[in-house]
Design a protein around this ligand. Sequence first.
Ligand SMILES: [Fe+2]
Length: 254
Amino acid sequence: MVGSRVGMRLGAVPAAARLTRKMMRHIGGRGRAASSFGGGYGQAMATKRKTAKKSASKSVSTQSARPATGSYTVPGMTLADGHQVGRTLQDRLNSLNDLAMTLKHVHWNVVGPQFIAVHEMIDPHVVEVRDMVDETAERMATLGVSPNGTPGALVASRTWDDYSLGRATTSEHLGALDSVYDGLIAAHREAQDSVGELDAVTEDMLIGQIAKLELFQWFVRAHLESTGGDLATTGVQDEKTAAKRAARAARSSS
Ligand SMILES: [Fe+2]
């Protein structure tokens, strides 16, 4: 399926990145911890965070002062093509890093009936997604592009919001996660389409990741599906509405 559907689609990479951001915007605002801290401890933490932010910015600017691309790429590809494919992966790296952290957040914050089933279902996903992060970053480096994996760079370059749910029921989190996977998988498919014409190896890596991500989404969706095959979240574009719909469906079926 390499290159079968698109021509020289690398010009579409910015569009893919835009799609990623658009589709993942509904991940919503998880919110900053700053407002939840009170008194002196809150002040101290705010100062710490400011320092950390400064440090992250410094790190990002130090990295950006040096070229992100090397003088090489893989044999058989032009330097321009190899680096273009590598740069395409930075947005996927950011999304996967974001997903790995979001999944852990859900693992810790899910409550209510089916807690243990959902709590324990999440961790194998985290392990697999962290492997995808590593695989993606190392493919970038192999192609001669420096992967940027710092939290500061991720936050600075992403345009989607943080995951919006804190402590919430299993149904709410699963509804929201379905929405998260919708955005991420669609963006992965766009990236796969974009690189397919130039680099079968990177395309193959993305296809493998998409298959696993779609499997994970099915695990999530199986909790939201009626015996008639309808999904509580069908047609929902944003994460908060997905959470509400999933909760409503759970209430009506109990
Ligand atoms: Fe745990």
